[in-house]
Write a protein that binds this ligand. Structure first.
Ligand SMILES: [Zn+2]
Length: 471
């Protein structure tokens, strides 16, 4: 009988060894699974999963992969069936002035300087106050959420009220009070604006979705002292610096005449250009400027609609990308430089503008434009550790785009479809930081009828005012 006993002992030992492999692996818990869609990850390998899934816990992505794998690995109380939809990282609008949406269409067909000095600055002086920016930001948030934008970078006035309205709408935002060399609607001097900014940085620095910034307007509307003090304040708080840079030929000529340098080289000379800068436009650049932007790891935000409508010029986007510059995409404000906050449209514009200007159909491709609106946009805002792609560890900013409408069929290449074919009404569901802000085209965080009614009220006021502004 001894051999039986020994045999049984061996069997028990073998079972003991195998047991951990035989037992079904316990599922990990998640709060939400988005399953069955075409997941466009925008990760380093640009993985596209045609029957993919995303697992979400709290505000963080915990798994991305094939549907079967993710469904086997995670148990979640809630599910979103994404079959027939694209699942994308939320779009990133790298440069705008959100409340200017209430001036949409006020003045067209002017150069940047004329548009600013004859129309926009007087209109702002007259109408912009805390209430105006609150409603303007709500309107802008509504439009952006409907366009699949989950993050926007903004520089305007009464930025504290903008931050409150953005937070209320559930959006992620990088916000800076404009520091400008003349009396603004709220702060009368750059010194006042910087003091306001310091309080703003203190108030918002720990917010999970609002990233406070310092925003000197430009090298042509801020003197050297203001630019340097802005940078010093930003660096004390590890905050980004938002600025307009190399936007017009006249800015370049003025900088050369005054400083003997391009505006990019001047910003570098005075110690402002760095890896915390987010520079909007970057059009009038030479090879040395591009190399400098790459070396300093500054972010650039390309705004093709604005650049075209204000005849500002064509940014050398392909050269910047080749040089390794972080290039995102923005709408700019929607009051003449653009007329909407639809970042998908900017992707199409960016691509078409480079192709036609260079007479080269390969000058910029759809995939590059989608990257500029997502992961490259995150790099431009220096937020690539948090957002811009669908990968474990990143924040849950994602959009579902319906492929069931006429412009969604047929579906061969997701990048091409996103850039050239799909439209704003195809955006179905938007999740920001794990919170659903739009569900089947119903915006949950904004009282839409109230915002539209208020916007109409403002339009009547602006239009009625004797002499008015604009045309
Ligand atoms: Zn701007």
């Amino acid at each position: 009988m001894r051999w039986v006993k020994r045999w049984l002992t061996w069997l028990a030992a073998l079972l003991g060894l195998c047991l951990p492999f035989i037992q079904p692996r316990a599922q990990e818990s998640a709060d939400l699974l988005v399953t069955g869609g075409t997941v466009v990850t925008m990760d380093a390998n640009r993985r596209i999963l045609s029957d993919g899934a995303v697992a979400i816990r709290g505000d963080t992505i915990v798994g991305v992969g094939e549907r079967a794998e993710i469904e086997g690995r995670f148990a979640a109380a809630r599910r979103i069936d994404a079959r027939g939809k694209l699942v994308l990282p939320g779009l990133i609008n790298g440069h705008t002035h959100a409340p200017m949406t209430l001036f949409r269409g006020l003045a067209d067909d002017a150069s940047l300087r004329d548009w600013l000095e004859k129309y926009i600055f007087p209109a702002e002086k007259r109408y912009v106050n805390a209430e105006f920016v609150t409603w303007g930001t709500r309107l802008a948030a509504l439009e952006q959420i409907r366009a699949g934008v989950t993050t926007f970078a903004d520089m305007y006035y009464f930025e504290d009220d903008i931050a409150r309205a953005a937070k209320e709408a559930g959006m992620r935002a990088v916000l800076g009070e404009t520091v400008i060399g003349f009396s603004a609607p709220d702060n009368k001097t750059p010194g006042e604006a910087l003091a306001y900014t310091e309080r703003f940085l203190q108030r918002w620095r720990d917010d999970p979705r609002i990233r406070p910034a310092v925003a000197p307007h430009s090298v042509y509307l801020c003197d050297k002292d203001t630019l340097r003090r802005s940078a010093a304040l930003a660096r004390r708080f590890h905050a980004p610096i938002l600025i307009h840079l190399a936007e017009s030929q006249s800015e370049l000529e003025e900088s050369r005449a005054k400083h003997g340098l391009s505006s990019v080289a001047y910003l570098d000379r005075i110690g402002v250009l760095g890896s915390d800068v987010v520079a909007a436009h970057c059009i009038w650049l030479d090879a040395a400027d591009i190399a400098l932007l790459a070396r300093r790891q500054a972010g650039c935000v390309h705004n093709p609609s604005s650049n075209m409508l204000l005849a500002s010029g064509v940014a050398p986007v392909p050269q910047m990308l080749d040089a390794g510059v972080r290039v995102g995409l923005g709408t700019d404000g929607s009051a003449g430089g653009n007329h909407d906050l639809d970042l998908r449209e900017e992707m199409g514009m960016a691509v078409a503008l480079q192709k036609v200007t260079r007479n080269d159909p390969q000058a910029l491709r759809a995939e590059q434009a989608v990257a500029m609106a997502t992961i490259e946009g995150a790099r431009a805002l220096h937020l690539e550790q948090e957002i811009g792609s669908l990968e474990p560890g990143k924040k849950v900013d994602l959009v579902l785009i319906d492929l069931g409408n006429a412009d969604g069929v047929p579906s061969y290449h997701p990048y091409s479809q996103i850039v050239y074919a799909l439209r704003r009404p195809d955006v179905d569901t938007v999740i920001i930081g794990g919170r659903t802000v739009m569900d089947h085209r119903r915006v949950l965080t904004i009282d839409e009828p109230a915002v539209l009614a208020k916007a109409r009220d403002y339009a009547r006021q602006v239009q009625r005012s004797a002499g008015g502004v604009g045309k």
